[in-house]
Design a binder for this molecule. Structure first.
Ligand SMILES: [Zn+2]
Length: 384
């Protein structure tokens, strides 16, 4: 079983607060150390073509998104039409529970550093997740509150940082190469009949450095329902830099995606090394001579499950992620095994769907967690 020993857990519990405070510098060092390729030198030339196309398409995409939102609201007027006949108490529905957002870096046969996984460890974690009723969703799904999951299942967001070559490769038939993170995800998801979607925080010349291949992979990911997230061009801490410098770096990162997939709406920004800019708003909104950007979500490094998108403490611009890594490979703090066990053991803490995407079901005693914006969808129920 993946459950850690009781001794390890009690040590962890004692360490949680202290390590939480110290985790960001650790992550900076490790993240930088495990970086596949320094991205920034080539990307200026790579970004030069297609900038205007990207900007124009961003605007178009914004209008499309508004249109879809309006349709969604219309559908909500008839929530009972296709609501499944599920007793929320029977499936233990709790749509105000937390959602784990897992953070992956490199896949290394030797286990790599403390943020890395072996391919076997990664596969085993996916097997465990899908066997234990987790279903992958994207950050965009959380933002839209569009969690259309089978009754009794829970959302999990799989995020992959820094786009090293082993994250995603496609063969000549556009199939994921089986030894990549993408290939492993698709393989395990097919076995468990879940949709293989994830969030890929890409750097310039992602997935091995060949620009044509990178474009083919990003396009494929987008078309298959994966989410591409901005991770800047330089992949350096955003603190201690002047505002223009930060904004240009963030816009450059967005164009890594929109140059390859002009219609992609880049909604998620992943803080490089988990470090905020001095002016925090520049992580989600900025203006430069080259254009503007705006993101709906900001992903952090560390350290706990994220609140439900229907909970009052859900802040999409401040989303924590759970670190993953080999249990034996580094300090046993904030590892996914620990947090997945916490969610497993505490039904009030884990998000569990009632199977009806139009309602927000929860045990009535948890009602004070509900965000006022979702009161009209609330489906409180009595337990026992
Ligand atoms: Zn990174």
């Amino acid at each position: 079983m993946r459950r850690a020993s009781l001794a390890a857990l009690s040590v962890l519990a004692a360490l949680l607060l202290a390590v939480g405070c110290a985790s960001e510098p650790d992550e900076s060092a490790s993240d930088a150390a495990s970086d596949p390729e320094p991205p920034h030198e080539e990307d200026e030339t790579d970004d030069a073509d297609g900038e205007q196309t990207g900007t124009a398409s961003q605007d178009d995409e914004g209008e499309d998104a508004e249109g879809e939102g309006a349709e969604g609201e219309g559908a909500e007027e008839d929530p009972d039409d296709d609501a499944p006949d599920v007793d929320p108490a029977e499936v233990g529905a709790n749509e105000l529970g937390d959602v784990p957002i897992l953070m992956y870096h490199r896949l290394r046969e030797d286990g790599g550093g403390e943020y890395d996984r072996t391919p076997e460890g990664f596969r085993a974690e996916l097997e465990w997740l899908f066997a234990n009723d987790y279903v992958p969703v994207t950050i965009a799904d959380l933002l839209d509150g569009a969690l259309d999951l089978p009754a009794g299942t829970s959302p999990v967001v799989l995020t992959f940082d820094d786009s090293p070559s082993e994250h995603a490769q496609l063969d000549e038939d556009d199939e994921p190469e089986p030894d990549t993170a993408l290939g492993i995800l698709h393989d395990v998801a097919e076995d468990h009949d879940v949709e293989p979607v994830a969030v890929w925080s890409v750097l310039p010349n992602p997935f091995g450095g060949d620009p044509d291949e990178a474009e083919r992979i990003m396009r494929w990911l987008h078309d298959q329902g994966h989410e591409l997230a901005n991770h800047t061009c330089r992949h350096e801490p955003l603190s201690g830099r002047d505002d223009d410098d930060v904004a240009e770096d963030v816009l450059c990162g967005e164009r890594v995606i929109t140059d390859a997939v002009p219609e992609a709406e880049v909604r998620t920004f992943t803080l490089p090394l988990g470090v905020w800019p001095d002016e925090r708003s520049l992580a989600y909104e900025g203006t430069t001579d080259e254009g503007d950007y705006s993101h709906d979500a900001v992903l952090l490094v560390g350290a706990n499950p994220a609140p439900s998108p229907f909970a009052s403490d859900f802040d999409p611009r401040d989303l924590p992620r759970i670190r993953t890594g080999s249990w034996d490979g580094g300090d046993p703090d904030f590892e996914s095994e620990f947090w997945l066990d916490v969610l497993e053991d505490d039904p009030d803490r884990r998000f569990v769907s009632d199977g009806d995407p139009d309602s927000v079901a929860f045990p009535e005693e948890l009602a004070d967690r509900l965000d006022a914006d979702h009161e009209d969808r609330a489906r409180p129920y009595a337990r026992d």
